[in-house]
Design a protein around this ligand. Sequence first.
Ligand code: IGP
Length: 347
Amino acid sequence: MANPPAPARNVSRWTPEGLLGPIVDEKRLETELLEGDLAHRPDHPLNLRLAFYAPSTPGRLGRAIRRGDGRLAVIGALKRFTPAAYDDARGLSDGRWSSAAGNMDDGRRGPPPQTGRLLSSLDDIGRDGRRLAAAGVSALAVHVDERRYGTDISDLAAVVKAVAGTSAEPGPPVVAADVVVHPLQIAAAAEAGATAVTIVAGAALPDLESLLNTATLLGLEGVVEAASDLEVAYALDVGATALYLTDVDRSTGRLRPGAGVALRRGVPEWVTTIAGGGFTTAGDAWAAADAGFDAVMLGEVLLRNRRLEGYVAEVTGRERDVSRRFFEAMGYDGRDDPAAKAGARRL
Ligand SMILES: O=P(O)(O)OC[C@@H](O)[C@@H](O)c1c[nH]c2ccccc12
């Protein structure tokens, strides 16, 4: 007897690697449910966002973090938890877990909440946003992922409101840090008042171009998080103008110190670049500055810092040393230098 026909497979559905897989599945489920809810409500704010495109995309994030004075800009990332998977991969698990926020008590939203390590309760997250802004950060990012980070879209809206400033003197731009798989997430970020949204290349891959275009059409800057040379090349190919080159490999949760700096090579100057992921010392940030990054994304190190202002001043106070890049441009590559390797950062 002949084999039964193979089950139909939707080949247009990209399956991301490792830890990103379940996150993407969950985001797809959430947005599909939301889409269903919104189907009969054409006047819902999110449907209106998607129906009426923004008159322009102002580019506030790019302007805020490309300082032009040779100094690094800091983006302060707000989150209540750090995902357990990241600490596991870094060998930091030591039973300090608290159960994460994110009770999905309507029972519809898939797997139970994961656990994570509590960084900060952020009881009044607007005040925390203002505190970071007062300490000298140029922009803020708010994680939109209750299950993994304990912060959601309402936290984003609260931060936007708290730091808004006036039209003459607007406050720092706020980035929605999400794993975007669907235009509705971008519409929600826009509705909450975000200036920009992160799109994780490894999660979005075949849809990266259309999601980036959606961001632009809704008046948001898209920041593409890329974790490999291939993803960087792909992002640039589909028109990304801002890249977050993180040291965290989201598919494994592993920290790869220096990975972002290595990925920065070959990225044209006109692209806005952000480094980060597990940065702890000012030296981590300075290395990124010298490699040509415009900004660093700092989360835990700011949220658990007792001398916040001094720390931000230290990171932003030093002018970048371009000589290293000059020598690299002339063909000198210090990557094999054993001294440089010995000094490699450890968390
Ligand atoms: O300094 P930390 O705690 O490692 O966090 C910074 C940042 O990498 C983290 O908040 C993050 C992880 N993924 C992101 C995506 C977008 C923006 C920010 C992030």
